[in-house]
Design a protein around this ligand. Structure first.
Ligand code: ATP
Ligand code: MG
Length: 420
């Protein structure tokens, strides 16, 4: 029997990796412009790190975590998201003592035991950023602007919408929760089973339910935005003003609740209408209580995470054919002597930063041209007996379908022109 991968886990194959690199490189580029540094944290943490930060009534903690008992009896969990671990590291490494502002980003695999479908895996990748320290609304706005700039950088904003809202804080949210319970309770029997439970444990999450009847009932529910205290209202206004001042387009959606307990005030999502019900590409918000909750000093923070697989799905729509083929030069050779010449030339061109492919064996010109095509080479160099004699290379521009003989030494000396 053949070995196989675990359901919900997937390989990222070399033919697709260029898409991943484009996304990761753009994130690194944009995030570093905004002063963020990468942090790498373990994939495995004590279960407590997640249970305490996400809250015990969230989907993730209730049913999605990969948790097991270690040999010494301690409960460990594969990270289902990045924020909890970053905050754990922030506290453990006393980052607050080194600087009043920490700007961190991460990328890596997350694990959630949910039903696999398009855009939803059990092992998937996220890139996320956390801005820890400032409580001012300019920090929320800067983070959101950075996220939008990232999507502009990879040309996907045509498919995307930025939605923002505020969840209030410990002053106004408890009263709002009560109002919600008051609104939903008389209609409790019409809610789905999950929502009937949520009514007791986490009533805000009813607003976010995907069931048709729950959605209908939630449509007329009181809105958090009408129930913000003055401080939260001012904060939200200021976030919007900052976004307006740099022309970041957003829509206000008071139904964004986020699954996690730790959010306060600003919440946001980047959504798409291209991926069915897996419509959230990125999500985040402010979580002023979390650092303290995990045993650190009271510290404000705001962050987001995005799902790379979902971004890849959008990218496949935006940039379909031939994407990521970037062999500069393919060297075709005819005969043993030519093969030897090709080997040396390939070595020398690679030393000059040109990506080169060539065949190891001697094959027909036809089969070599086929491979050059498949690799998407921009140029094919042909070395035959004639060329060897004249110390030239037949250079075929694959886009223009034109050919010319160029002296070998000229190729080496002006190799830069083959870089694209
Ligand atoms: P959803 O509502 O789709 O379940 P979520 O609220 O659970 O998303 P977050 O915990 O906010 O998602 O994670 C941030 C992002 O990570 C999501 O917007 C999504 O792009 C991605 N993501 C979450 N779960 C998965 C998954 N199982 N497979 C692939 N990507 C995911
Ligand atoms: Mg989820």
């Amino acid at each position: 029997m053949k070995v196989k991968s675990i359901r919900g886990f997937h390989d990222i194959l070399p033919e697709n990796i260029k898409r991943w690199h484009l996304i990761e490189d753009a994130a690194k580029y944009i995030f570093e412009l905004y002063g963020f540094s990468e942090i790498r944290i373990p994939v495995l943490e004590f279960t407590d790190v997640f249970a305490r930060s996400l809250g015990t009534t969230t989907d993730i903690v209730e049913k999605e975590m990969y948790t097991f008992t270690d040999r010494d009896g301690s409960s460990l969990t594969l990270r289902p998201e990045g924020t909890a671990g970053v905050v754990r590291a922030y506290i453990e490494d006393s980052m607050h003592a080194k600087s009043s502002i920490s700007k961190l980003y991460y990328t890596g695999m997350m694990f959630r035991h949910e039903r696999p479908q398009k855009g939803r895996f059990r092992g998937f990748y996220q890139i996320g950023a956390e801005l820890i320290g400032p409580e001012e609304p300019a920090s929320d706005a800067e983070l959101v602007a950075m996220l939008w700039r990232f999507f502009e950088e990879i040309d996907l904003t045509q498919f995307l919408e930025l939605e923002i809202s505020s969840l209030g804080d410990q002053n106004c949210r408890p009263q709002y929760k009560e109002k919600l319970v008051g609104y939903f309770s008389p209609q409790k029997n019409e809610l789905c089973e999950d929502c009937q439970r949520r009514l007791e444990t986490n009533p805000l999450r009813i607003l976010d339910c995907k069931q048709k009847r729950c959605k209908e009932i939630a449509a007329d529910a009181p809105s958090m935005l009408d129930n913000l205290c003055e401080d939260c209202e001012n904060h939200f206004d200021s976030v919007k003003e900052n976004l307006d001042s740099v022309g970041i387009p957003y829509k206000i959606n008071p139904k964004i609740v986020r699954g996690l307990d730790y959010y306060t005030r600003t919440v946001f999502e980047i959504t798409t209408d291209q991926l069915g019900s897996q419509n959230a590409v990125a999500a985040g918000g402010r979580y002023d209580g979390l650092v303290n909750e995990l045993g650190g000093p009271a510290t404000a923070a705001v962050g987001f995470a995005m799902g790379i697989e979902r971004i890849i799905l959008l990218q496949e729509i935006a940039l379909p054919e031939g994407f990521g083929k970037d062999v500069n030069v393919f060297i075709a050779h005819l005969g043993d002597e030519a093969r030897q010449a090709a080997f040396t030339l390939a070595f020398n061109l690679r030393n000059k930063g040109i990506s080169v492919e060539t065949d190891y064996a001697t094959k027909s010109l036809k089969s070599q041209m086929k491979r050059a095509d498949k690799l998407g080479a921009s140029y094919t160099f042909i070395i035959g007996e004639d060329e060897l004699k004249k110390a030239v290379i037949k250079v075929r521009d694959m886009k223009e379908s034109s050919e010319e003989d160029i002296k070998l030494e000229d190729i080496i000396n002006s190799s830069d022109k083959f870089k694209s």
